[in-house]
Design a binder for this molecule. Structure first.
Ligand SMILES: Cc1cc2nc3c(=O)[nH]c(=O)nc-3n(C[C@H](O)[C@H](O)[C@H](O)COP(=O)(O)OP(=O)(O)OC[C@H]3O[C@@H](n4cnc5c(N)ncnc54)[C@H](O)[C@@H]3O)c2cc1C
Length: 406
């Protein structure tokens, strides 16, 4: 029995390992010249494999898709992932934020060891094979170095990734051919992304790349209540990005889609109460510039001072009480998310109601899906990779069971 896996990211490779362990012949087809390119890039800033928080807290990160993803993670969750890495000789550790990393923080040794083990186990790799969809008789069509070829398999797992960082291989092109089938696919959208802001030329040229930290971002949730979260973000030439913005990006993206734009409020002085700030800014300036006054009395410097000049009207800057209120709640209007190509991950993809509980496409028996190409999203923090691994494993178990039945 032969299983074709299309896409050599974490989801596809985990599917290959699981199916091969069950004695199935496995061929992995990958569009690029090597597998796992996005996984390798994920390791650039320290590969965040998973998170050490409680299982209940962990599954809540998948928000509206919690119940579906929780099912995947019950079978293969953060602990199993860490044990799996250990099996490849890669110990993990818990960082101060609770995030879990390989001991050397890198993805390359893990990927190298994994691919070597897969080859030894008999998994066959076919790189530079770009899937073009299904032929009329159900065979898979590939653009290969030898031209277009057709591959017949007894079952197929699609693990084609989302649409972010397309230069790494997952370019979302699959939506054009899979979307021709009667399969519900939600449009791919940027997730864990930055946003555009209409900065002045002056601000953009001076402060692009400057970290804004610490800062609290508040925003109005769908029910009209205010939510607030502290962290770090970065001013860019086009707007704003960084971990705190990514964490809120799904809600902000959806708010922009619903209302045309979204407003966030920055607290530039999270360590100082409004009362204290008013008092401190009310002290005599004694001829000092406003920048110097802000530095001495409010601890604001660099980009934070730049934001005050960018956003606070001139009259309010001269009134300590009003200035303090602006510093504690500086409004920024987010115009649109940055393009999906720049996002860390994407939302949207094959909808859960197009899949059965084994991850098989209901209208295409024998074809399974796994990974980021399915319609779920999660913040950064290891939640993306953990769910990709778990779904790859589940899809392979589903495919093995289906093959055995057939
Ligand atoms: C900069 C960056 C940093 C990240 N850091 C982290 C992190 O620290 N922690 C975390 O949890 N997540 C992180 N992620 C996200 C994580 O890497 C992805 O969610 C994960 O790789 C998705 O796995 P996947 O197997 O579903 O898809 P992918 O890894 O995207 O793999 C899909 C594969 O399918 C191939 N493919 C696509 N179309 C075709 C086709 N038509 N034919 C053949 N092959 C095809 C692609 O070339 C690709 O190799 C990061 C992402 C980025 C961009």
């Amino acid at each position: 029995m032969r299983l074709a896996i299309v896409g050599g990211g974490p989801a596809g490779l985990m599917a290959a390992e699981t199916a091969r362990a069950a004695g199935i012949e496995v061929d992995v087809f990958e569009a690029k010249g090597s597998v796992g390119r996005k996984f390798l890039i994920a390791g650039k800033g320290g590969l965040n494999l998973t998170h050490s928080e409680s299982f209940d807290a962990f599954v809540r990160r998948y928000s509206s898709r919690q119940s579906e993803v929780e099912r995947w993670l019950r079978a293969f969750g953060p602990d199993e992932l860490r044990a799996w890495a250990r099996g490849l000789g890669v110990e993990t550790f818990i960082g101060s934020s609770g995030r879990v990393f390989p001991a050397d923080l890198k993805a390359a040794p893990l990927l190298r060891g994994w691919v070597r083990r897969l080859r030894e186990q008999g998994v066959r790799f076919h790189v530079q094979h770009r899937c073009l969809g299904f032929a009329g008789d159900g065979a898979l069509r590939f653009q290969s170095p030898e031209g277009e070829i057709a591959v017949r398999a007894d079952a197929t797992i699609l693990a084609l990734g989302g649409g972010s960082w397309p230069e790494l291989g997952s370019d979302g092109e699959w939506t054009s051919w899979l979307g021709k089938e009667p399969i519900a696919i939600a449009p791919l959208l940027p997730s864990n992304c930055g946003f555009d802001i209409d900065w002045s030329e002056h601000f953009a040229s001076r402060f692009a790349g400057a970290p804004i930290k610490p800062v609290v971002i508040s925003w109005c949730d769908g029910d009209g209540g205010m939510q607030a979260q502290q962290g770090e973000c970065v001013a860019t030439a086009a707007g704003i990005e960084g971990s705190l913005v990514y964490a809120l990006s799904a809600k902000l993206r959806d708010a922009i889609a619903a209302n045309g734009s979204a407003e966030i409020l920055l607290d530039l002085a999270p360590g100082r109460s409004l009362e204290r700030l008013r008092k401190e800014l009310g002290k005599p300036r004694a001829g000092r510039s406003l920048s110097e006054h802000l530095r001495r009395q409010a601890g604001l410097e660099g980009v934070k001072t730049g934001l005050v000049f960018e956003c606070v009207p001139k009259e309010a800057r001269e009134d300590p009480a009003r200035l303090a209120s602006w510093i504690k709640a500086l409004p920024l209007r987010l115009l649109r998310p940055r393009p999906i190509a720049e996002a860390i991950s994407s939302a949207g993809g094959v909808r859960f109601d197009a899949l059965d509980e084994r991850m098989m496409l209901i209208v295409k028996p024998g074809v399974f899906c796994a990974g980021e190409m399915i319609d779920w999203e999660a913040p950064t923090g290891g939640y993306l990779l953990t769910a990709c691994f778990a779904s790859g494993r589940l899809a392979a178990q589903g495919a093995v069971a289906w093959l055995q039945e057939e």
